[in-house]
Write a protein that binds this ligand. Sequence first.
Ligand SMILES: [Fe+2]
Length: 240
Amino acid sequence: MAALGASAEIGDLARLRPPKYPARPPKPVLTRPADVPRRRLGSIEGRIALLHAIAHIELNAIDLAFDMSARFASEINSLELDCLAFLRDWISVGGDEARHFGLITHRLSELGAAYGDFPAHNGLWETAENTSDNLLARVVVAPLILEARGLDVTPGMIARLRSAGDDQSASVLEIIYEEEISHVACGKRWFHAICNARSLEPIETFHALRAEYFTGDLKPPFNHKARERAGLARAFYDPI
Ligand SMILES: [Fe+2]
């Protein structure tokens, strides 16, 4: 890693553009969101469907983190920001996401299922593709909108799993939830650093990119406490 500090090697990194599509296993079959199984958590089938959907999100999150580091490191370098810190941060996030994927797939196996047993949709990666030429848009959409949305919905899932008696799955989601707060915080840190390097006003820039690159609304209810822990001020998602 230290060797990447040399400018020639950063240049080499810039030429190594990541692929348009990450390598994926032959299953799950990718389908429309409406065709992905629903998640009624009172039954074991419902809990398996939920865990399968989360495993798919985690796999996309692995790809998004490593894509971020490989695709945009040279741009960070050209902004005279700390390229090694950027690589270290997103590779570390990718490592967390890989661990999350392992935790979820292990839990699926305890329930007699496996990743790939059900169809999944490709919405997350399509979002990544839409922002593949715009570093700030990627930071806005991936960590600051989609991962932050995960902070809003995960506590409810944990509560429903606990009330269904599935403490093991709930405990896995609790680990993931805590670590996702640090991922949103990482996105927020880099968002500000890039805005600062380009002399952009952060809140105005966030909302302009959100309107251009994110289809849909930022949906309440918001988990203000977790968002605050991630350093995400209300002006970024629920301006009064
Ligand atoms: Fe994750």
